[in-house]
Design a protein around this ligand. Structure first.
Ligand code: 6PG
Length: 284
């Protein structure tokens, strides 16, 4: 199915969700080959939600033989605090659609322990693992403020964070690719509008509470600086229900600046893969 439009180097519009999944699969096959050729490994942070399932199924299906799975390392941009094996777990969704179907070594699957009785503990554990894997110093560990929560006044300074808390500095990229989804409210990973976590500069990973009415409520998420440390970010956005928020992000301006997804940057920029319905294009 031919691409409908290349809106810019940052956005492609494809006819429908399967076409978006196919385009993303081709990009990831090439990205994995390039990274493995250059560095001997490919590191990717997977997205949660339902949109990436078609992509995961294609990577496990017709494209499986085109990726050198023993050299692939998989992480997550966020995870829900749910029991192991829960259908609400982002790890479980990727395991069922992809990881259980390809020869990726178990040691290459770096999940967030959403089942951890203490979300902060899971955040510290995951951040520690990421720093160890990407060989960054284990600084600033353990000093977490109480859980952030969306909907708190944006000017809230969580207790426990020093006002002059130094920013994370990334001397090199971490993930080769981070996959991201887009919520109708503009959230991505588990970074929701209005949550002070959006201004977190020190930690890579944090425990958060989603806004009222969003379930599961307790989550573990990469922070914006940690997402920005990736080489490339790829958003998968499909469905007419995402058109309003995608239009707002594309329009830029004040409204977009309040949307977490609009604040995502990475070393080599962000690619938006959308279907016609989400982009407001007539489908082919
Ligand atoms: C999560 C995801 C979240 C998701 C968006 C879009 O844990 O829920 O990381 O950011 O990507 O909510 O979800 P859909 O793909 O289901 O629309």
């Amino acid at each position: 199915m031919p691409r409908i439009a290349r809106v810019s180097s940052e956005m492609q519009v494809h006819a429908d969700p399967p076409s978006v999944a196919e385009a993303a699969a081709e990009i990831l096959v090439d990205a994995a080959a390039d990274a493995i050729r250059a560095r001997g490994r490919f590191t990717i942070a997977l997205s949660g939600g339902s949109t990436p399932r078609l992509l995961y199924e294609r990577l496990a299906g017709e494209h499986a033989g085109r990726i050198d799975w023993p050299r692939v390392n998989v992480f997550w941009g966020d995870e829900r605090c749910v029991p192991e094996g829960s259908p609400e777990s982002n790890y479980q969704a990727a395991h069922d659609a992809l990881l259980s179907r390809v020869p990726i070594p178990p040691g290459n699957v770096h999940r967030v322990r959403g089942e951890h009785p203490d979300p902060h503990g899971a955040a510290v554990e995951y951040e520690r693992m990421l720093k160890r894997f990407f060989a960054f110093p284990a600084a600033n560990e353990g000093r977490f403020s109480p859980v952030y929560g969306a909907g708190r006044p944006a000017d809230a300074t969580p207790s426990g964070l020093r006002p002059e808390s130094q920013s994370i500095t990334f001397s090199r990229s971490t993930f080769d690719v981070i996959l991201l989804g887009l919520g109708e409210d503009g959230h991505t990973a588990s970074l929701f509008p209005g949550d002070p976590i959006l201004d977190e500069k020190r930690h890579w990973v944090y425990a958060v509470k989603a806004p009222r009415g969003v379930s599961p409520s307790e989550r573990i998420t990469l922070t914006l600086p940690a997402i920005a440390s990736a080489e490339r970010g790829i958003f998968l956005v499909t469905g007419a229900n995402k058109r309003g928020v995608l239009d707002a992000i594309r329009a830029g301006g004040d409204e977009a600046s309040r949307l977490p997804a609009a604040r995502v940057t990475t070393s080599r920029g962000v690619l938006w893969l959308a279907d016609a319905a989400a982009a407001g294009y007539p489908s082919a």
